[in-house]
Design a protein around this ligand. Structure first.
Ligand code: DGJ
Length: 718
């Protein structure tokens, strides 16, 4: 059959997934295969959608070619690059050819969901591609469902969330690597022919070394305020893998997926394998706009209570470690009140009796208060917090167990460990097998019991300090290939039960610092702990990186004594640009200027929460590119803004440049006032208290930096 390229493409069935700014266009070829023909800025003329052809590569063997940028390329067919889906069928055949069967669309909160059905014509296997396009926020999230009706189980060995193609002369990937206290380290490389893979196989503390998000610069490395940029992130609190492959004609395919490492997945007939969501946004004006797209989308549609309020808190981990008792905690609760924060958060070390949690060697699994330490139990702590006038929150790490625990003695079969090899311990602990429904009930019960017995507990910090070691699931026995994936799904089952029963309960996700930060977990958590590294210098870099993907509202940042040689003001100002908290001994500060300062800073932050947490963020000066850093927030109505300026390590006699704000209303007048000043000091800036037009502030800018190491200035604009 000879069909001309032009007429074949003009008549082809077209599927469009569109936001207000972006178009993803797919077409069905005469042979019934589905190809991506366009992904980029939204096209203005409807007729142009019909005109886009498969690229010449697709048509290299004629207009009816079956090669091209197939939307869901599967294993064993004529696509010679990394497939999106790979299935070993019940008869052992490892090839899959997916053909377009139909499309449906439906309105969902914030946008439109498009569901495309693809089917193999020789095997009863179906792949449904889901895309939700959020119009205003210019965000698309995509995932897939794989199912079949073969006579016996099939084995899945590739199961990508989606597959996207880009066409540009050059591609630059910025990925983020990590370690304990070193989260969010960016690294940019040019993607050249072949593959680059970013993945993790740590299981639970999955993002400890690589983080589940990336920036892609088309033509040039991603820049803050110019150029074509894609931000992408996968919502999976487990092993993920991003594959970037540049093909023979210079096309880039991006494959976000669960990592198939040790995960050949047996899928029974009638079951559906649902992949994680991949979330992406594009911008033709750099990363800054793309980040704001994600921030708006996340707050509105993804994060638990994303539009709700957040509480300031005093935590005790950096202050007391495991060394506290009922009396000393009651004192800390009073300190929290005096400081002006909303809540006291009790950290690790409050539980277990046979093997009390005196340090990190014992107790995990036995979630009952240590009676000798806390004789009146959690009710006593809630009572003392109430008497002090603050809310009470509590730390748990319910996915884990110490071998020195009653839980381990009772249920060794609930623990991931090798039956026939030596055990490797990470922080002296092991991971529970949450693929087991009985273990799910137990983990749910940890939170449920605390809440049932103490309905006034107002907050949880949910920690997870160990990756999965000794990978072997007693529950999965002969089917270990399903384990890594079912384990993560087990965690989500627990989380969704908690959210269903306690929909108003705020929770912080923590994983030995920031070993877990992803948008599936954030459906259940209100915020995450970015890092245990609270040195203000380091924190500025970490916050800068993470703010590209997450709104400040979700990023917990606590003032501690890490690098206590820096001023308390500097430390507080750094944390004030995120979700502010404290984890510091306040007693020695009482009566000092520092103490008056922090009290006022808490009051200022509480007043400015609507701007910082719910406004638009503009990153102005990067600590990666300068000895300074600055960012500003603007309220949605543009009436109110906050500017943070930090001096890290300025050079001797370094010339200081002005900082131009962004996002203000050019026609409005703003009064600029320096806040968070130390008591009895005045702003050194002579423009303090003066009015400027938004236009002036954005074009001429203000001198906000100085040449002193570790100093900062915060300005309120009204
Ligand atoms: C690791 C967390 O990141 C810390 O904040 C603290 O909660 C400890 N775990 C407690 O063991």
């Amino acid at each position: 059959m000879a069909v001309s390229l032009a007429s074949a493409t003009m008549n082809a069935q077209t599927v469009r997934v569109s936001t207000d700014k972006t178009d993803l266009v797919m077409k069905v070829s005469p042979k019934g295969r589905l190809y991506q023909v366009y992904l980029g800025d939204k096209l203005n003329n409807a007729a142009d959608y019909d005109r886009i052809t498969w690229n010449t590569y697709a048509a290299s063997d004629g207009a009816v070619s079956t090669r091209g940028h197939e939307v869901c390329a599967a294993s064993g067919n004529e696509d010679y690059f990394e497939p999106a889906v790979a299935i070993t069928h019940a008869d052992g055949n490892m090839t899959t050819y997916l053909r377009y069967k139909g499309v449906e669309t439906k309105a969902v909160d914030g946008g439109t969901e498009t569901i495309i059905t693809l089917q193999d014509d020789k095997y009863p296997d179906t792949v449904k591609l889901h895309y939700v396009a959020y119009n205003k926020e210019n965000v698309i999230k995509a995932w897939s469902e794989i199912s079949h009706n073969e006579k016996s189980p099939v084995t899945l060995w590739r199961y990508s969330s989606t597959m996207l193609y880009f066409n540009a002369p050059k591609y630059y990937l910025t990925s983020y690597h990590s370690d304990w206290a070193k989260e969010g380290q960016p690294e940019t490389v040019q993607l050249t022919a072949g593959k680059k893979i970013i993945d993790t196989k740590l299981g639970t503390r999955a993002a400890m070394h690589t983080e589940p998000f990336f920036e892609l610069g088309l033509n040039e490395p991603a820049k803050e305020n110019e150029g074509n940029v894609v931000l992408g992130t996968i919502g999976w609190t487990g092993n993920f893998r991003f594959t970037f492959e540049v093909d023979n004609v210079g096309g880039l395919r991006v494959i976000p997926a669960i990592n198939p490492y040790a995960s050949d997945y047996k899928l029974r007939a009638g079951e559906t394998f649902t992949t994680p969501e991949f979330i992406f946004t594009t911008s033709s004006t750099g990363t800054s706009q793309a980040s704001r797209n994600l921030h708006d989308w996340a707050r509105r549609y993804q994060v638990n209570m994303g539009m709700g309020d957040r509480m300031t808190l005093l935590n005790n981990w950096e202050n007391t470690g495991f060394d506290f008792n009922q009396k000393s905690l009651a004192e800390l609760m009073k300190d929290a009140k005096d400081l002006g924060v909303d809540m006291f958060l009790l950290d690790d070390g409050w539980f277990a009796n046979k093997y009390p949690r005196k340090d990190d060697h014992a107790g995990l699994g036995d979630w009952e208060v240590t009676h000798s330490k806390l004789p009146d139990g959690i009710p006593g702590l809630v009572r003392d917090a109430k008497a002090a006038g603050v809310k009470f929150g509590i730390w748990v790490e319910p996915e884990m167990v110490n071998p020195k625990s009653e839980l381990f003695e009772k249920h060794p079969d609930w623990v991931i460990q090798q039956p026939n090899r030596d055990t490797y311990y990470y922080r002296n602990q092991l991971v529970l097998d949450i693929s087991n429904p009985k273990v799910q009930d137990y983990v749910f019960g940890v939170v449920d019991r605390i809440m049932t017995e103490n309905p006034e507990v107002a907050y949880f910090k949910w920690d997870c300090n160990s990756p999965i070691t000794n990978i072997y699931s007693p529950y999965h026995k002969g089917n270990q290939g399903n384990f890594y994936i079912d384990h993560v799904r087990g965690i989500y089952k627990v989380m969704s039960r908690i959210k269903a029963k306690y929909p108003k309960l705020p929770m912080m996700l923590c994983s030995g610092g920031g070993g877990r930060m992803d948008y599936e977990a954030l459906k259940y958590f209100t915020e995450f702990w970015c890092s245990d590294d609270t040195d203000p210098y380091e924190r500025l870099y970490i916050q800068w990186s993470l703010s590209k993907f997450f709104p400040a509202k979700t990023m917990g940042s606590h003032v501690t004594n890490w690098n206590k040689n820096t001023s308390l003001k500097f430390r507080t100002d750094v944390c004030s640009s995120c979700k502010l908290g404290f984890d510091i001994d306040l007693k020695p500060l009482k009566g000092t200027d520092d103490y008056k300062f922090v009290q006022e800073a808490v009051a200022n932050w509480t007043r400015l929460k609507p701007v910082i947490l719910d406004g638009d963020q503009y990153r102005l000066v990067s600590p990666y590119e300068s000895a300074h850093s600055a960012l500003n927030y603007v309220s949605k109505d543009k009436a109110h803004a906050v500017l943070f300026a930090y001096n890290l390590h300025p050079r001797y006699k370094e010339p200081l440049t002005r900082v131009c704000l962004q996002g203000l209303d050019p026609n409005r007048q703003y009064t600029v006032t320096e806040i968070n000043l130390m008591p009895n000091t005045q702003s050194a800036f002579d423009y303090n208290g003066q009015q400027f037009s938004g236009d002036y502030l954005m074009k001429v800018g203000l001198e906000v930096f100085d040449q002193k190491d570790g100093t900062s200035h915060v300005f309120e604009l009204k």
